[in-house]
Design a protein around this ligand. Structure first.
Ligand code: C2E
Ligand code: MG
Ligand code: MG
Length: 631
């Protein structure tokens, strides 16, 4: 009990005593005798005094309660003001969703965060979702669903404010249940954390990028490679790691100072970045080393890109010094061929880069020697091919096509060969794709046809009854002037069109309209059409049926496995049946054994070619063979 209360209580006691002793005094004053009634009255007054004292005790409690109430009320008001100032500032607000009323009740701060008045949103408790950006909507929905399911939740997502700026919101929420444990309300607090996010991003950027060039640094490179390797695993793509080191950078630093060196690094970074763009990532590994990561599908495109990188170094730099050209040596490793770990791949590329340096600089080398050899050869073939026509290095060889029952040669297939003093004999499958890329395949193809018709005409004039079959590449066949060019060659060499077959591949037929036009032109001239390597492409039966095809050549892959692969035997039988239906000659390619001949004979195949009869040989050798059979 407080001293204030004791004092007050003493005052009450004094008042009561004064009252108690005042009674006999008043009675005497009015001459009333002190009898039983007055004594009883006095006792009642005494009891009343005690009762009053007892009541005062309770009143004291009441007073305290009142006092406490007032204090608490003050405190609450203070709290409320505090809360309001906490959440009703410009980056946070409190909110409640009432499912029964279907209302969303945000505190004042909502208006600052969103830039919208609360009224519109208060009427529609799901309207806030409309402002969430589509990419993050799933996060907001997960958050909302979790709360609705009765669990607390905290998620961050982006939204568009009234000025259509994209901002970050950190939303915290809690469900409120009724007595039946059903969620009736959601309540929470939301903070605009855009500034914090921007700061985090800035810090992350600084930690993962090189201060000088602004390119991703080693740390970012590791993270990026990890991601890319995962993507490669899923998509079956390859990943190339290019370790690039500038040639003679030390000379630039020593002769022109480190500032110039720095400016050069910045410009190189910019160039590489512009060249690679979104095809991969350029990072600075340190010093004058850069690492480029590229995910690729087509090897050829990748090599073009590498050559492109080498070329980006050819133009001088803006350094205000004379002859500011610098080159780079590049080492290349491949995932998953060379290594499957990040460190392993970088190490391999690094070592390959040293080889590029020691083997002349300004070039690239592969970590994988086999790939590298293939690449060197490919480069050489490409270089030599450009001059092959001029230097007369091509030859035509001929392979007999025979009647399987009699072994009689009735036709030969012209097959190109390239004899180069540096490369030796180069087979068509190796150089034809490159010739196509260089745009010279049409000319080479026409040269073969010219040569082969001349040769066959010569044999015909010597009395040999022989036809000629020539191959044409897709590019050649798609030339709109193709049939006219053939016509010119035929009349120049006085070669009868009926004695010529042109072999096309199934893929040509995919461009049905174009192919059909050329095929009809050729057929009108009298030239026969064969489909080569049949069974390896995707020609549809309806297309074949609609075109005037004279011969179908069954690809050698079916013939080589005839005996052991039942499925192939059935396929060959079907193709032979197709030939009957379409009235086409069927020629089996790649016959190497008598067993295959017997098998084909059984299936009803009449014609074939293959090593069993003869390999493709020079015109002189083939001439001897044909002569032998005429004799
Ligand atoms: P293709 O037209 O299917 O020619 C048959 C290929 O099979 C030839 O290869 C031939 O040497 C080979 N071959 C023949 N019999 C057998 C055998 O019994 N076993 C095996 N394993 N192979 C056999 P080659 O001469 O290397 O030609 C490859 C391809 O290059 C040709 O396939 C053809 O598509 C293309 N080609 C050849 N010469 C020319 C040409 O002058 N112009 C065009 N556009 N393409 C040509
Ligand atoms: Mg052929
Ligand atoms: Mg073939």
């Amino acid at each position: 009990m407080s001293s204030k209360n004791i004092k007050r209580r003493l005052t009450y006691v004094i008042y009561c005593l004064v009252g108690f002793f005042a009674i006999p005094f008043i009675l005497t004053l009015y001459n009333v005798s002190y009898n039983l009634t007055t004594v009883l009255l006095h006792i009642v007054i005494l009891l009343l005094v005690f009762y009053t004292l007892y009541q005062y005790r309770n009143l004291d409690n009441m007073y305290e309660i009142n006092q406490k109430y007032n204090e608490n009320r003050q405190k609450l008001l203070l709290r409320e003001n505090e809360l309001n100032s906490l959440f009703d500032n410009n980056n946070a607000y409190l909110w409640t969703i009432d499912f029964a009323e279907k209302t969303f009740l945000p505190s004042q701060g909502f208006e600052q965060v969103y830039g919208f008045s609360r009224d519109e949103f208060m009427a529609n408790y799901e309207l806030w979702k409309d402002r969430v950006i589509p990419e993050d909507l799933h996060i907001a929905e997960e958050h909302y669903a979790k709360l609705k399911s009765g669990l607390p939740s905290n998620r961050s997502f982006r939204f568009r404010n009234s000025a259509e700026e994209i901002r970050w919101l950190d939303a915290w929420g809690k469900p409120i249940f009724n007595e039946k444990k059903k969620v009736t309300h959601l309540t929470g607090v939301a903070y605009d954390i855009t500034e914090r996010k921007e700061l985090e991003e800035k810090l992350y950027h600084n930690a993962t990028h090189d201060y000088l060039t602004g390119l991703p640094n080693r740390k970012k490179l590791m993270l990026y490679m990890e991601e890319e390797i995962k993507k490669c695993e899923k998509t079956n793509q390859s990943l190339a790691v290019l370790f690039l080191d500038l040639d003679r950078f030390k000379f630039v630093n020593d002769s022109f100072g480190h500032n110039t060196g720095d400016r050069l690094l910045v410009q190189i970074g910019e160039r590489l970045q512009a060249f690679i763009g979104d095809k991969g990532m350029v990072s600075r590994h340190g010093g004058d080393e850069f690492i480029i990561i590229i995910r690729y599908r087509a090897y050829k495109q990748f090599i073009d890109l590498v050559n492109g990188i080498i070329n980006t170094f050819r133009t001088p730099y803006d350094l205000k010094i004379e002859n500011s050209v610098i080159s780079a040596s590049i080492g290349i490793s491949m995932y998953p061929k060379d290594d499957t770990t990040i460190e392993g791949l970088i190490g391999q590329a690094d070592r390959a880069m040293y080889r590029a340096k020691s083997q002349g600089k300004n070039t690239y080398r592969f970590a994988n020697p086999v790939l590298e050899e293939a690449e060197i050869r490919r480069n050489n073939v490409e270089q030599q091919l450009k001059k092959a026509m001029q230097l007369n290095e091509f030859e035509v060889h001929y392979q007999p096509i025979v009647n399987l029952k009699t072994g009689h040669i009735f036709e030969t297939e012209a097959l190109i060969r390239w004899k180069n003093p540096h490369l030796g004999m180069v087979m068509p499958l190796e150089f034809i794709p490159l010739a196509e890329d260089q745009g010279i395949m049409s000319d080479i193809g026409l040269w073969v046809i010219d040569q082969a018709t001349k040769q066959t005409k010569d044999w015909q004039s010597k009395g040999m009854d022989i036809r000629l079959s020539v191959n044409v590449s897709n590019i050649q066949f798609e030339d709109p002037l193709f049939s006219r060019k053939i016509s010119t060659i035929l009349s120049k060499n006085q070669f009868k069109a009926e004695r010529l077959t042109i072999e096309i591949t199934e893929s040509v037929l995919q461009n049905t309209e174009k192919a059909s036009k050329t095929i009809h032109h050729l057929r009108n001239m009298g030239v026969e059409i064969a489909i080569d390597d049949f069974g390896t492409g995707y020609s549809s039966l309806s297309v074949i049926n609609s075109l005037p095809i004279d011969t179908i050549k069954i690809d050698k892959s079916f013939i080589s496995t005839l005996a052991e692969n039942k499925h192939n035997a059935q396929l060959v039988q079907t193709i032979i049946g197709l030939g009957d239906t379409l009235n086409c000659k069927i020629v089996a390619e790649g016959i190497e054994t008598q067993e295959q001949v017997d098998f084909l004979d059984e299936l009803g195949c009449l014609y074939g070619q293959g090593y069993l009869y003869s390999r493709p040989e020079s015109s002189d050798d083939i001439e001897k063979r044909i002569m032998e059979q005429s004799a």
